[in-house]
Design a protein around this ligand. Structure first.
Ligand code: SUD
Ligand code: ADP
Length: 294
């Protein structure tokens, strides 16, 4: 815990860091479309031990401040800031404020859920900092408005999700090692979901498919045809391991049985791509870190 000279005996210093981990959609099936245009999905979420990092510092002026580093969109649009604003009305003392510092590692809009994860970490972190005592179910409901994946990050367990992502069943997929490759392209989720060529008729599973090999990503073929960089990243990765796209892209992941094998492939990654090695984990690193806080 860092000491802030502005703190007094009445205002104890509180400052801590929490991770905002990435997720993979180990598979993503589209089983239908609702009348409002939203798609019914079946997807297996697993977390990665690779994260953004958010620092929380208690202030006493009631303000919400955010340092978002080099992110180039307005601060008011940042999901960290928007999550903090949503929690502000729950404070019992309106003088409670926060200085948030976001250290971004995860590529924005890469299908790794970084924005949703940042929002979930902000909700859980501020619940702790401001002693709000909201339950995870309440935080998930507040967060759902910020992004479909926020509730999964709030609950923090690997999940088989159905509906538009709001129906959860526990899942326990193998905790493999992955090489995640990031093509230098941004894929718009809305563009993919509104495309006429997207397949939308995968039969719904009767029970959760617990392993990624049992499924596929229904967006992958379309994204590869629209974005040759994604196709080329996937083709390269398939030479080293069984591989697939996550979410609506653009990142692809290869599944390895050891960190060493994944690192060896990373060593020869073509310079046109970026990549990192991470372990799939069924308990969110965020929840592990929260348990360590006083
Ligand atoms: C499909 C997933 C799987 O994790 O993709 P990624 O974003 O992670 O790649 C997510 O659930 C995405 O959730 P989220 O990122 O919150 O989606 P939004 O920005 O709300 O959606 C953008 C647009 O995609 C369409 N959309 C989104 C989700 C869904 N189940 N059906 C849809 O048709 C809608 O047109 C919506 O306006
Ligand atoms: N803290 C944040 N980190 C990343 N993206 C954010 C953040 N806040 C808002 N955004 C917006 O959310 C979009 C989706 O980001 P992200 O969750 O990383 O991708 P995806 O939904 O593909 O997994 C970004 O393109 C960006 O405009």
């Amino acid at each position: 815990m860092r000491i802030n000279p502005n703190n007094t005996i009445d205002n104890p210093p509180i400052s801590f860091d929490l991770p905002a981990p990435a997720k993979l959609n180990l598979y993503l099936h589209i089983t239908g479309r609702r009348p409002d245009g939203y798609h019914q999905l079946e997807t297996l979420f697993q977390f990665l031990d690779y994260s953004d990092d958010i620092t929380f510092e208690l202030t006493h002026d009631g303000d919400i401040q955010l340092d978002q580093g080099t992110l180039d969109f307005p601060q008011e649009e940042n999901l960290v800031y928007r999550a903090a604003r949503l929690l502000a009305p729950y404070r019992s003392n309106s003088k409670q404020g926060v200085k948030l510092t976001l250290n971004k590692q995860l590529p924005a809009g890469g299908g790794l859920g970084g924005g949703s994860s940042d929002a979930a970490t902000t909700l859980l972190g501020l619940n702790h900092l401001w002693r709000l005592q909201l339950s995870n179910d309440e935080l998930a409901e507040i967060g759902l408005g910020l992004g479909a994946d926020v509730p999964v990050f709030v609950h923090g367990k690997a999940t088989f999700a159905q509906g538009v992502g709001e129906i959860f069943s526990p899942a326990n997929p193998a905790e493999n090692w992955y090489l995640i490759v990031q093509p230098n392209v941004h894929v718009s989720t809305a563009e993919i979901f509104t495309h006429p060529a997207l397949p939308r008729n995968t039969p719904a599973a009767k029970t959760a498919l617990n392993e990624w090999q049992q499924g596929r990503n229904d967006c992958e073929k379309l994204v590869c045809s629209l974005y040759p960089q994604v196709a080329s990243a996937l083709q390269w990765l398939l030479k080293y391991a069984p591989s697939r796209m996550t979410g609506t892209g653009a990142c692809v992941f290869g599944c390895f049985s050891s960190a060493v094998e994944a690192e060896q492939a990373l060593q020869v990654l073509p310079t046109e791509f970026r990549g990192f090695v991470a372990k799939g984990v069924n308990q969110s690193p965020l929840h592990q870190a929260l348990k360590q806080l006083p």
